[in-house]
Design a protein. Structure first.
Length: 88
């Protein structure tokens, strides 16, 4: 059974710009995908300082960066990772 690992940035900027909502979706993700998704919050992924083209909040799904992430885009990325069948 493939496993997907999600890291959600909860640094100040990410938290204020939507990271709090993403954390709230963790239980839903775990429930919806039968425990095939492991999620964690990270104090800061350090991505805000990369430049203006990068937009908070940030998350990683199996190491793949997602910027300006929403609950919907996070779910889509998780579904794509599950369908790829890899552990990333």
């Amino acid at each position: 059974m493939n496993q997907v690992h999600v890291t959600i940035c909860v640094g100040t900027a990410c938290y204020v710009l939507g990271g709090a909502e993403l954390l709230g979706a963790i239980d839903e993700l775990n429930h919806s995908y039968g425990g095939r998704v492991s999620c964690e919050g990270s104090p800061c992924l350090g991505l805000c300082k990369l430049g203006r083209e990068n937009r908070a909040p940030f998350a990683k799904v199996n190491g793949r960066l997602i910027e300006a992430v929403t609950v919907e885009s996070l779910k889509k990325a998780v579904e794509e990772a599950l369908s790829e069948g890899g552990n990333g």
